[in-house]
Write a protein that binds this ligand. Structure first.
Ligand code: GLU
Length: 291
């Protein structure tokens, strides 16, 4: 009997080169890397560098040096999203052809004015441009008015029906992509968005397991929806606990002291730190936090 094809295993780390990595990134990359090494899979590095205005050359190099310090090396040259824009354009076109994407001409100011609350989660888009008459939208496009492109969430979720996905760390989730509203598929200043490019690349790079922080748990609902719409394979997900500072605040790229480069410069032993993080041990002054 012929052997059954075995799905190759691969995982990835996908930082945005818009700042220096912190301890939380260190944990993500170490868990993904260890998972690949223990399971005979590939570990891949992808730079999510679609945000041209915020990307800096120095951050690509610092990322690679920080990872090497932790004992992490990718099994292939890093992938850069900025060189794969045509892949995302093709996916956007497919969603447009399915009648699920519409141009949005709202300015930042329009969006800020319609935001419900000054604090709290990102406001849901009120759908202003969803009902723009096709003629009016076409006229604005023809006049060179640059839109963002949004997903018609109600139409998209109706088309897929309910989606359930499994988290290796947290069990079954019923996706609630609708809670995100009409997400952006392509920004006005970038021909794609995090949700679209990440979903396309995970499929295109053959990523079988996505390991990332708990703060992206909700994003997975959107990614599962896009996978269903675009008939893409579904990775297995694992969302790990987040690291906070001594006050329990989630680390952010602006927290220089928690930065891996700062620790490296201060003479911290990267391999020792890596072994501790994998064992769930945090350096003094850090704690585990909920998303
Ligand atoms: N570029 C994203 C970030 O740095 C990647 C998130 C993901 O792993 O999907 O947050």
């Amino acid at each position: 009997m012929p052997a059954l094809p075995i799905q190759p295993l691969a995982t990835r780390f996908a930082p945005s080169p818009t700042g220096l990595l912190h301890l939380g990134h260190g944990l993500s990359v170490l868990l993904a890397h260890q998972w690949a090494r223990e399971n005979g899979g590939k570990f891949l590095l992808r730079f999510d560098d679609i945000d041209a205005g915020r990307v800096r050359d120095a951050y690509y190099a610092a990322t690679i040096t920080d990872l090497a310090w932790l004992g992490v090396e990718a099994d292939a040259p890093p992938v850069r999203q900025s060189s794969r824009l045509q892949l995302y354009a093709a996916a956007l076109e497919k969603l447009r052809d399915m009648g699920l994407a519409y141009p949005c001409f709202c300015s930042r100011k329009d969006l800020a004015q319609s935001a419900a609350a000054p604090h709290g989660p990102a406001p849901i888009y009120p759908g202003t441009c969803r009902n723009l008459a096709p003629d009016a939208a076409a006229a604005r496009l023809a006049a060179g008015d640059l839109p963002a492109w949004r997903l018609d969430m109600a139409a998209a979720t109706t088309r897929t029906g309910p989606i359930i996905w499994h988290d290796m760390a947290g069990g079954a989730h019923t996706a609630n992509a609708a809670a995100h509203g009409d997400i952006v598929l392509a920004r006005r200043d970038a021909p794609t968005s995090y949700h679209l490019s990440s979903t396309i690349d995970d499929a295109e790079m053959g990523i079988s397991h996505v390991v990332r922080g708990h703060d992206l748990l909700d994003a997975t609902d959107v990614h599962r929806l896009l996978q269903a719409l675009l008939t893409l394979p579904t990775p297995i997900y694992q969302h790990h606990a987040l690291i906070g500072d001594a006050m329990g605040r989630r680390l952010a790229k602006r927290d220089g002291a928690a930065g891996l480069t700062a620790m490296r410069d201060a003479g911290v032993d990267g391999l020792r730190l890596a072994a501790d993080l994998i064992d769930g041990k945090l350096p003094l002054g850090y704690c585990w936090v909920k998303a």
